[in-house]
Design a binder for this molecule. Structure first.
Ligand code: TXA
Ligand code: MG
Length: 401
């Protein structure tokens, strides 16, 4: 069943916000800009609104939502307790792209928001329109990214409409989002900060803000972190553990192992979660950010990338596929393909982060069925960028030695 999806343009944010806030206050679901990506918001206390969010996205019900607040003071109404480390992180990064997982106060949000966990994920977005919308709606807003489940997150209002027109009450257009990738999700356990999902706040920033107070764990969340999950949640996690660790060769249709035997490159990274390691967050086990075409990520020393990338692109073209190359600015002139995207300089991964999701969507629009992408250095926002690129590639990665 299709409903009318209202569009509130950027030029008239005043009325748009009023109508959008009224829709949320009345139990509706509305997409809005944040500094990371567009979110699909509904009142966090309204089980009916949250049900509509899951339905509109086609999102599995065991993947919990982030609750968005207009101001830090409101967090006390959601969380049972706030530790010193969490407080320091709020001081340092709110408003901003950091989500904290905290023990939930019973009855504070609809149980659908937390998907049966005893924790709630919370953030205060650094986007005026988002905070004003929450303020006017008069309630915390539960909001996942405003894409159909499995699709790249929306960084423009147009992307929201591509996925959700006819399924939601409206979209508030605030132009392009800033960061382009989602917030960093963290949880503090026994005085150690665990990054559940890399994002807009970098590991380096977290380390600096928590200096003398807490360490940032190098590894994924320990298995005990699932203690607050439902039995179904834990069973799902084990199933995923067992199925992960697949090799790139097995996943790869396009490379057919040729580069691996040519002596120039080796395939060395499997998909998803290495075996024996617990998933870091319920959302981690689901396919994400995926373009419709197949994607291959090529990583390694910058000067070795172009030969391998072009070879892969040509092979795929010879096989009759429509091919796109995602290139750093430095290499863009070297490539021949149906489409070549300039993702920005190697030293500025924030540019590539801003454009990644829009580029993946454009590949879909142009009916690209094979994407070869250059990897970026993994410092700073590069860590989150490469996390999303690996997910988009579904684990298909060639590492050039
Ligand atoms: O930047 C963002 O975070 C965007 C904007 C709209 O705020 N939102 C977003 O939401 O990316 P979503 O639903 O696409 O991702 C939420 C992530 C998922 O990986 C989910 O599993 C995790 O947060 N999460 C939510 N609640 C959690 C909890 N209680 N414990 C652990 N992880 C949680
Ligand atoms: Mg999402």
């Amino acid at each position: 069943m299709s409903i009318e999806t209202k569009y509130w343009p950027a030029e008239s944010p005043g009325t748009g916000i009023e109508e959008a806030a009224a829709a949320i206050a009345a139990g509706g679901v509305v997409a809005f800009p944040t500094e990371t990506v567009y979110g699909l918001g509904g009142g966090a206390g309204s089980t009916e609104a949250v049900r509509r969010i899951f339905a509109a996205k086609g999102r599995p019900s065991d993947n919990p939502l982030i609750v968005h607040l207009a101001r830090r003071a409101s967090v006390a109404g959601l969380a049972k307790e706030i530790g010193a480390v969490e407080a320091a992180l709020m001081d340092a990064f709110w408003p901003g792209p950091l989500t904290l997982v905290l023990p939930v106060r019973e009855g504070a949000v609809s149980p659908l928001v937390t998907a049966g966990l005893d924790t709630v994920a919370v953030r205060v977005p650094a986007h005026e329109l988002a905070r004003e919308l929450i303020e006017r709606a008069g309630c915390p807003i539960a909001a996942p990214s405003a894409n159909r489940s499995g699709r790249p997150s929306p960084t423009l209002a147009r992307h929201v409409l591509e996925d959700l027109d006819g399924r939601i009450d409206g979209v508030l257009d605030g132009g392009a989002t800033g960061v382009g990738l989602e917030s960093t999700v963290v949880r503090v356990v026994d005085g150690t900060i665990h990054i559940l999902r890399p994002g807009g706040i970098t590991r380096e920033q977290l380390r600096q803000a928590a200096e003398g107070l807490a360490d940032v764990a190098e590894e994924a969340m320990p298995a005990e972190a699932g203690a607050g999950m439902t039995a179904e949640g834990r069973a799902g996690m084990r199933a995923i553990d067992g199925g992960a660790g697949t090799t790139t060769e097995r996943r790869s249709g396009a490379t057919d192992g040729r580069a691996g035997t040519a002596g120039t490159a080796g395939i060395d990274r499997g998909a998803g979660t290495p075996s024996g390691e617990a998933p870091r967050s319920p959302g981690v086990k689901y396919a994400h950010y995926a373009p419709r075409g197949e994607m291959l990520l090529v990583t390694g020393a910058a000067d070795r990338l172009p030969a391998i990338v072009q070879e892969q692109a040509l092979q795929a073209a010879d096989a009759g596929r429509r091919v796109a190359v995602l290139s750093c600015a430095e290499h863009v002139a070297l490539y021949r393909a149906d489409a070549v995207f300039d993702c920005g300089p190697r030293g500025e991964p924030e540019k590539a982060a801003q454009s990644l999701y829009a580029t993946l969507r454009e590949c879909d629009e142009r009916a690209i069925d094979f994407i070869v992408a250059e990897g970026y250095p993994e410092d700073g926002i590069g860590a989150a960028l490469m996390n999303r690129m690996r997910k988009a590639a579904g684990g298909r990665e060639l590492s050039v030695r």
